[in-house]
Design a protein around this ligand. Structure first.
Ligand code: FAD
Ligand code: PYC
Length: 408
């Protein structure tokens, strides 16, 4: 792997960036691997990197049905925070948040992590109670969370209208360490680093079924033939439930939309979240305003969100929208992920991240790699096992997951 440096950047700038090599190898599938990860999103790629770097596996493949990082990783609005409600969730998401600032160095690739602060406004007495409850829970769990008055919120985010709209801002929670990162750079960074350690990344390789033998996974059937493995991890977001049909996973698929405006000069230097108004906003490094919507399909959702945006940020009224898209998210009953080993020997899961898994990427990779390499749950992953649905130990994050929309 060519390491990036000031010298290599200057050299390429002078020759019109024509000399950069491919950033990861184009691999052909082998007959057998120690471990296969199904799904080349940021989570699967991160897990592959950790498997080699932390657990010393030598023979790992990531099988991706389309192109690398083209699933929800490519479609998300990149909000990063750890201000969930339950102590188990805070521990999980905050592990990720402690890893984000060092990721660019660790992977030698600029993931453009920008800890600009996440401001969650409350616009009704009920929402004040809910948001304050999380501030207190976060502080008890030892992570940064502040409650701001409306005036303090506006001082932090000058574009914010706090009164005169349909929804007056009654206060806001602030997590200063939260922010955004560049989604596809994250996928590319992990892919490049994993490939450099010998991981085979195989795109255009849909997995059609697991191969099972006497309660053990032995490999996968793919569009490019059978590939055997000692261990298989499903990290395929909404593709996971169908592949693990025998586990009857409690997952629903839902459409989640987003849209961006035309690019403009920097105007919003924080992330703004507004649950009642069903909208989340940040401004990307390109200058586009990035709007996250609630779960649900169609223009009605876009129209509702646009009304919310204009209520909170009326100065954006003349911005033109550039493009809109959606992803299919895999949602669990308690809006928390499913992580770790399964009753099938050698099979691990990383799914159910719903509307909020991007922020968890560095921790999800670490935790999934631990399960694949050891066959046991990582301590941070243990509360998120599949068995929690059988014993009723749910971790209810419906409010903190931010975009529950129609499935609240
Ligand atoms: P993915 O990136 O979806 O990767 C799964 C991969 O598996 C895909 O590339 C897919 O092609 C592949 N696959 C599926 N089936 C198969 C198969 N049979 N064989 C081979 N490959 C297969 N999260 C946040 O934290 N913050 C946000 O602001 C945020 N905003 C979002 C906004 C939108 C519009 C959407 C859709 C999601 C948002 N999310 C957000 C959620 C986040 O995108 C996901 O939780 C996260 O990307 C999950 O990562 P992943 O690697 O598990 O999934
Ligand atoms: O998880 O913070 C989040 C989020 C915001 C928009 C979509 N997901």
């Amino acid at each position: 792997m060519v390491r990036f440096s000031l010298v290599s950047l200057a050299r390429e700038a002078l020759r019109g960036h024509t000399g950069w090599p491919r950033q990861w190898r184009r691999a052909e599938p082998k007959r057998r691997y120690q471990a296969i990860i199904v799904g080349g999103g940021a989570h699967g790629l991160a897990a592959a990197w950790h498997l080699v770097r932390d657990h010393g596996l030598r023979d790992v493949a990531v099988l991706e049905k389309g192109w690398l990082g083209g699933g929800n990783t490519a479609r998300n609005t990149t909000i990063i925070r750890s201000n969930y409600l339950a102590a188990e969730s805070v521990a999980l998401y905050d592990r990720a948040l402690t890893l984000w600032p060092g990721l660019t160095q660790a992977l030698d690739y600029n993931v453009m992590f920008s800890p600009r602060g996440v401001l969650t406004v409350a616009t009704s007495p009920d929402e004040v109670r809910e948001v304050q409850r999380r501030v207190y829970a976060n502080r008890l769990a030892g992570i940064d969370a502040e409650w701001l008055s409306p005036a303090e919120a506006q001082a932090f985010c000058p574009l914010l209208r706090i009164e005169g709209g349909r929804w007056p801002v009654l206060g806001a929670a602030l997590q200063r360490r939260g922010g955004i990162a560049r989604h596809d750079a994250v996928a590319w960074a992990y892919a490049r680093a994993a490939s450099a350690l010998g991981v085979d990344i195989i795109e255009q390789c849909p997995v059609n079924a697991l191969r099972l033998d006497g309660g053990r996974v032995t490999g996968v059937d793919t569009a490019r033939g059978v590939i055997e493995a000692d261990a298989v991890a499903l990290s395929a977001a909404a593709g996971t439930a169908g592949l693990a049909a025998e586990l009857d996973l409690p997952l629903e698929s839902h459409v989640l939309q987003a849209f961006v405006s035309e690019p403009v000069k920097p105007a919003l230097d924080c992330v703004l979240m507004a649950g009642n108004l069903d909208v989340h906003v940040s401004q990307s490094a390109k200058g586009e305003f990035v709007f996250g919507l609630p779960i649900g399909a169609g223009f009605g959702v876009i129209e509702t969100a646009a009304a919310g945006i204009l209520d909170l940020l009326p100065t954006l009224s003349r911005l033109r929208l550039l493009r809109q898209w959606y992803g299919t998210v895999d949602v669990t009953p308690d809006r928390s992920p499913i992580l770790g080993p399964t009753p099938v020997d050698g099979l691990s899961l990383n799914c159910g991240w719903g509307t909020g898994g991007f922020k968890a990427t560095p921790a999800a990779g670490e935790i999934l790699a631990h399960a694949v390499a050891t066959g046991r749950s990582h301590p941070l992953g243990a509360p998120f096992g599949l068995d929690r649905f059988a014993v009723g130990a749910l971790i209810d994050e419906r409010a903190a997951s931010a975009v529950a929309g129609g499935v609240r």
